[in-house]
Ligand binder design. Structure first.
Ligand SMILES: [Zn+2]
Length: 259
């Protein structure tokens, strides 16, 4: 019998972005500035094969030697030394070497920025995202920074939904990008947590289903949002929305461990 299970889930603050409201809610709030968090998540596993969900903004911005183009740097509202993913892992008692698996929800610059800090991890991405990121449609090309994900040594490419480890599942949630995926985590308490990534941007996307303004395919994003909403209600799950402006009112940041 395999008794591998999730020990805890922690939500990691990884900086803040300045966007406009219409990025969160399709065509609503054009020109209205809004500040949003960037977040990742760490899943502590009983077998020591710990999992990281998204790596956030590249900590290279701290040293002023970022490879990021100016137009992306200008979106960063704040990135403090504490927002470095190494600092967040340290708060939990871990080092980058302790991360066995890195899941990228998708390959946008603010979700794969610190991928290079995990050279020995196994990366897990959706096939559609890997293929799309190698040649993005021109209108979304600027948010893909290819040197953040081109030199990965060990890459598992998934085709669709899959159980990653006992208590951890990956679910395709296309719309924001063609190959976006979200992660489901079953806590020791039995509660399911859904880490949406960018499939949802704020609770206002749910009722009625309104896509984020920057969705690659808004109609597909709406179907994804409805699926997440249904699953959330059906499973009585906690829904952790990566860029939700109200995220830290809803959930506690690391070093808190949800169990
Ligand atoms: Zn994104």
């Amino acid at each position: 019998m395999n008794d591998t299970h999730v020990k805890s889930l922690s939500i990691l603050p990884l900086g803040r972005l300045k966007l406009e409201q219409s990025v969160l809610t399709y065509r609503e709030g054009v020109g209205l500035p809004v500040e949003v968090p960037v977040t990742g998540a760490f899943v502590e596993m009983s077998d020591g094969e710990h999992i990281l969900f998204d790596t956030g903004i590249s900590p290279c911005v701290l040293e002023g030697q970022s490879h990021l183009p100016e137009r992306l740097k200008n979106l960063i509202a704040s990135f403090d030394p504490e927002d470095d993913i190494r600092y967040r892992l340290n708060q939990l008692g871990y080092k980058p070497e302790d991360v066995a698996i890195v899941v990228n929800s998708h390959l946008h610059w603010d979700h794969s920025g610190a991928n290079h800090l995990f050279p020995d991890a196994r990366f897990v991405m959706q096939d559609r995202e890997v293929r799309f990121a190698s040649r993005p449609d021109p209108f979304v090309q600027r948010v893909y920074v290819s040197n953040q994900y081109e030199s990965i040594k060990t890459l598992d490419v998934l085709q669709g939904d899959q159980i990653l480890k006992p208590g951890v599942a990956l679910m395709t949630t296309p719309g924001h990008t063609p190959g976006h995926q979200s992660m489901l985590v079953r806590l020791p308490s039995g509660r399911v947590m859904i880490l949406t990534g960018d499939a949802v941007f704020c609770p206002a996307n749910f009722d009625p289903a309104v896509p984020p303004g920057n969705a690659h395919t808004p109609a597909e994003a709406v179907l994804t949002i409805q699926r997440i909403k249904m699953l959330g209600e059906f499973l009585d799950a906690g829904i952790v929305i990566c860029h939700d402006p109200g995220l830290w009112e809803a959930w506690k940041p690391c070093p808190y461990k949800y169990t």
